[in-house]
Ligand binder design. Structure first.
Ligand SMILES: C[S@@+](CC[C@H](N)C(=O)[O-])C[C@H]1O[C@@H](n2cnc3c(N)ncnc32)[C@H](O)[C@@H]1O
Length: 466
């Protein structure tokens, strides 16, 4: 049902109509129109030129994100096998802007502080190209579950996932990160067109409560950024109180930070210093995405740099704790090493961490961490059980077929492909041992040949239903 002025929350109309003035009818008309849909292609899996040749949907590029495309509303990208192969992430086009503004470079240490369900995490991970460290955190455990899956499907090997309060993370990571994204919880006014039901929650969690959360999250983020580092703050709300207002307050409290121009600012509208009391002129360096001016839902982004003068806080970059890593020759690793020798045709770089029977490969540069709620300390290799090693879905998605001894290739039209994605057993003939099942040259998951059958190890929660 189209959004009309009558359906909008009263306080929202009362605040925004006078601010927008003569633009208000245009804004309302845009809200009554169709919301924008999109996907972001995964450069870790496929080059863009090839993607554009094989893409099963008509695609039109998003101007502010190289890998971003608009999609028609009627498309069902979540059901396509390419989605299962991690070739793209389904993302609203405006939501692609904040990571572009962060200008992530391979090898950097990056924190995505409010990360679930992981859209921007996959975007940052793709930009890191497997080099450096990506720490993704969210304080909501339910929202973290899909994030783990997206991180794994995208093939990210250097991503750690925490379920922590930002102030607790800050105690362990003072001055550690080159870049930080704060995609803050907000009143979500920018999503009214796309998710009209969110107008209900708007009444419950008003701007005041959101502002308080934003303040606390930004304070913690400021402590974790290196001198000279860059932080991007973003929301999906129009409310100046949570946008320019939050940034104004942050700058008053943190004289070591300055606003910087947002890259590609010409594509967006400027921030509005005149919409907050005593607003500093440089708030105009922040950017707004308006649905009546851009093809995207409402968004706000600001890019901040911490100056170089401040000394690092004590202990920066070296969070403490006892070393939990296993030595290469540890007896617990015997079944993993057998698997590796039998099947893997590539070297994996990192340190081993065994936790509750699950074996992880942790990025080599990661400091020792203890006392934090760590959901995924790196790449999940698999499970050790009764002297055997069972490879994890994450490992499958991080490999290329030629890096595994027994790949099985399906084409897009092969009936076995859908059977595998539905979790069905397939005939194996004489084959034995672990197989990496792939769609063309993109892994999908594992199967184990037992007594003439391929036992299906495609994760239960992600199987095709029909
Ligand atoms: C706008 S959403 C993030 C969307 C995500 N960045 C993405 O691109 O998929 C804001 C997130 O902040 C989380 N959040 C709320 N309060 C938080 C806090 N104090 N610390 C960390 N995360 C928080 C929420 O659980 C929610 O997942």
């Amino acid at each position: 049902m189209a959004i009309t002025a009558e359906r909008l929350p009263r306080e929202f109309v009362q605040r925004l109509e006078p601010l927008l003035g003569e633009e208000w009818p245009e804004f309302l008309a845009a809200l009554a129109g169709e919301s924008q849909h999109g996907l972001r292609q995964n450069p870790l899996k496929i080059q863009q030129a090839e993607w554009e040749k094989i893409a099963p949907f008509p695609l039109e590029r998003v101007p502010w994100c190289r890998e971003g495309y608009y999609l028609q509303e009627e498309e069902r990208p979540g059901k396509h096998p390419y989605y299962h192969a991690g070739l793209y992430y389904i993302q609203e086009p405006s939501a692609m802007a904040p990571v572009e503004a962060l200008e992530v470079q391979p090898g950097e240490k990056v924190l995505d502080l409010c990360a679930a369900p992981g859209g921007k995490t996959t975007q940052i991970g793709a930009k890191l190209q497997g080099k450096g460290i990506l720490v993704a955190n969210d304080n909501n455990p339910q929202r973290i579950r899909p994030m783990v899956k997206y991180v794994e499907t995208f093939g990210l090997t250097n991503c750690l996932i925490f379920n922590e309060r930002p102030e607790r993370l800050a105690r362990h990571f003072p001055g550690y990160f080159d870049k930080i994204l704060v995609d803050a919880p907000c009143s979500g006014e920018g999503m009214f067109r796309r998710e009209p039901e969110s107008m209900g929650a708007y009444q419950k969690f008003g701007p005041e409560r959101c502002r308080q959360m934003q303040r606390e999250i930004l304070r913690a983020a400021a402590r974790m950024l290196k001198p000279g580092g860059v932080m991007v703050y973003s929301t999906c709300t129009f409310n100046p109180y949570e946008n320019e207002g939050t940034i104004q307050e942050f700058l008053q409290e943190h004289s070591e930070f300055q606003l910087e121009p947002v890259p590609q600012a010409h594509l967006y509208s400027p921030g509005r210093p005149d919409w907050v009391v005593g607003g500093r002129p440089e708030l105009a360096l922040a950017c707004r995405i308006w649905p009546h001016k851009n093809r995207g839902e409402g968004h706000f982004l600001a890019r901040l740099r911490k100056n170089n003068n401040g000394s690092r806080l004590a202990g920066a970059g070296r969070p403490g704790g006892t070393d939990p890593y296993l030595a290469e020759g540890a007896k617990e690793l015997a079944s993993w090493h057998r698997f590796r020798q039998n099947y893997l045709k590539t070297e994996l770089n990192g340190r081993y961490w065994l936790n509750g029977g699950t074996l992880y490969l942790v990025p080599p540069e990661l400091p020792v961490l203890q006392g934090l709620k760590l959901i995924r300390p790196g790449l999940t290799l698999g499970n050790l059980y009764k002297g055997k090693f069972y490879p994890d879905y994450a490992l499958a998605m991080a490999l290329k077929p030629e890096q595994f001894a027994q790949p099985v290739y399906f084409t897009l039209d092969a009936p076995e492909l859908r059977k595998y994605l539905k979790g069905e057993t397939l005939p194996a003939g004489e084959a034995k041992g672990w197989h990496l099942l792939c769609l063309d040259r993109w892994p999908l998951g594992w199967a184990l040949a037992v007594d003439g059958y391929l036992k299906n190890y495609y994760p239960k929660g992600w199987r095709l239903q029909s």
